[in-house]
Design a protein around this ligand. Structure first.
Ligand SMILES: O=C(O)CCC(=O)C(=O)O
Length: 279
């Protein structure tokens, strides 16, 4: 499943796509499962109020979070042995599981401004990891994921205001001029793995009729002793609860400055302890 080529790409870029990790039947099952759950009503943690009867697609399909706390299908998916094996290979030891999310991203939905997951999840020591399963094929028109290769080596950056006409979240991280941001084009069943410092996000879905659904698991590396309070209870990959502490937040963040004509990051900022947002 995880080859030497995957590991080398991940080390170098901070992300890697494992193709066809889930079969077409599995992906179809998850699509139907979450569409059914969404149509049924609202759940704790829905991004904004859901109105399953609305004719407005955006109101009918807000993002779900922490489904594994009340839905067995989501729990089994989060603890899937494929993730255990790949994440253990990438991180060097078994991960803990902390979060699930389902993005429906219907036609016309906004994207999510560039950010670093570790800003929100605060795994310490170590970092967090995401496993982003494409439930539909995704390209730039649909608002596929965008990543900044190599940014996994950056510290946590101080956030600035995001453009909320194209992002459903209101914070972002600034990038130096000319910084490369790559689209990640994927087929349904592919999984994008990326580390907590990797700068990533997505543009709006500009298609008229194509959903871009994604099921996301968030994990923290096994050496972590603390994580944000919102990630508790923390699970081992066998489903038992691990005894991690709450990270109170705060700490330094980086700002871009110019040094010898080159942009470099200086740790002169402070992360607000309140970073509850939509990571
Ligand atoms: O799926 C998306 O559009 C954004 C997801 C994301 O940025 C995340 O899971 O941290």
């Amino acid at each position: 499943m995880l080859t030497q080529a995957h590991s080398s790409f991940f080390q170098e870029n901070g992300y890697v796509v494992v193709k066809a990790l889930f079969t077409a039947d599995e992906v179809a099952f998850y699509r139907e499962h979450y569409m059914r759950l969404r149509a049924r009503g609202s759940y704790a943690g829905d991004l904004v109020g859901v109105d399953p009867t609305s004719t407005d697609l955006l109101k009918r399909y807000p993002r779900m979070i922490h489904m594994h706390r009340w839905d067995d299908v989501s729990l089994h998916w989060l603890l899937d042995q494929r993730f255990n094996s790949i994440l253990t290979g990438l991180l060097g030891r078994k991960p803990y599981a902390v979060q699930t999310m389902l993005y429906f991203k219907p036609p016309g939905a906004r994207g999510q401004a560039l950010h670093q997951d570790q800003y929100f999840l605060k795994a310490h020591p170590g970092t967090c990891m995401a496993a982003w399963l494409a439930l539909d094929s995704c390209d730039e028109a649909k608002g596929c994921m965008q990543v900044v290769p190599g940014s996994h080596r950056w510290p946590i950056l101080c956030t600035t205001k995001a453009d909320t006409t194209i992002s459903f979240t209101d914070v972002t991280v600034p990038l130096p001029e000319g910084q490369k941001v790559d689209p990640v084009i994927m087929e349904a069943g592919d999984v994008l793995f990326f580390g907590g410092s990797l700068v990533h996000g997505s543009f709006p879905n500009t298609t008229l009729d194509r959903f871009r659904r994604a099921l996301i698991g968030h994990y923290v590396s096994g050496e972590a002793e603390q994580v944000t309070q919102y990630s508790h209870p923390v699970l081992r990959m066998d489903g038992t609860i691990a005894d991690l502490k709450i990270n109170p937040g705060g700490g330094p963040c980086g700002v871009w400055v110019e040094e010898n004509g080159e942009p470099v990051i200086e740790l002169t900022g402070t992360v607000s302890p309140v970073t509850r947002a939509v990571e």
